[in-house]
Unconditional design. Structure first.
Length: 239
């Protein structure tokens, strides 16, 4: 019995017709088969259920998205984009059939913000997340990649809450990914796992950002720090 890796069935069907006739075809087929089997895809990284959910809008820790972004980048821009689009189509199907998909939409948006960069001079549509509230009296214009801010390769969630929820169509997730594929560039930033000290350095840089319209209060600083430490002091009251 020959076990054919997923995604290679078309090659198998075409090649199997005349394998007994031409020995050279066998060699070509086996080489193609090996190429499929060694594709640098980490299937677990693309399972959105393994990525963190947004529990309450302000404690979203995005560090676990880095391995997923790394795996998609390892595939290359074309294959990585298509893998993300397939995941988005699954999210839309779940949403339309009443099997969830709401949190997964946010996960896809985070990955899009990490993996695509905007072309200069192009105005991009906001994702359908609802009316965002940001830390430090900042606004949409302060955060081009909102709801994410990338600092030294680490993604921070810079939304502290929502006034209203976002309304979206049944195909909103795949439509957004398709838009990014057609109108954005594949990011040249190569993601990598960061050490604790590197994450803390990124946090300190974010806290010193000139974007803040006023000094951050203790709650805001603690909530941003939570995205690195996973810990919120007991004496800190969130919003």
């Amino acid at each position: 019995m020959v076990l054919v890796p997923e995604g290679c069935s078309k090659h198998f069907k075409r090649a199997s017709v005349q394998l007994w006739m031409k020995p050279k075809i066998i060699l070509v087929f086996l080489l193609a088969l090996c190429g499929c089997a060694t594709s640098p895809i980490n299937e677990r990284a693309f399972d959105l259920s393994h990525l963190p959910d947004d529990p309450n809008s302000w404690t979203y820790i995005l560090g676990d998205f880095i391995p997923a972004a790394m795996s998609l980048q390892a595939m290359g821009s074309k294959a990585g984009s298509q893998a993300l689009l397939r995941a988005a189509e699954v999210v839309d199907y779940k949403y339309k059939t009443g099997h969830g998909g709401w949190d997964d939409y946010e996960k896809i948006i985070v990955l899009c913000r990490m993996l695509f960069t905007f072309r200069e001079g192009v105005r991009y549509p906001y994702p359908a997340l609802g009316e965002r509230l940001f830390f430090g009296d900042t606004t949409y214009s302060d955060w081009p990649l909102e709801p994410v801010e990338l600092v030294e390769g680490y993604p921070f969630w810079i939304v502290r809450g929502f006034n209203v929820g976002g309304a979206r169509s049944g195909n909103a997730t795949s439509n957004y990914v398709s838009y990014c594929i057609a109108n954005c560039e594949w990011s040249k930033l190569r993601y990598r796992q960061l050490s604790t000290s590197q994450k803390r350095a990124a946090l300190e840089k974010l806290l010193r950002s000139p974007k803040w319209k006023r000094p951050l209060n203790q709650a805001e600083r603690s909530i941003l720090a939570l995205q690195i430490t996973g810990y919120l002091p007991k004496n800190v009251r969130p919003f």
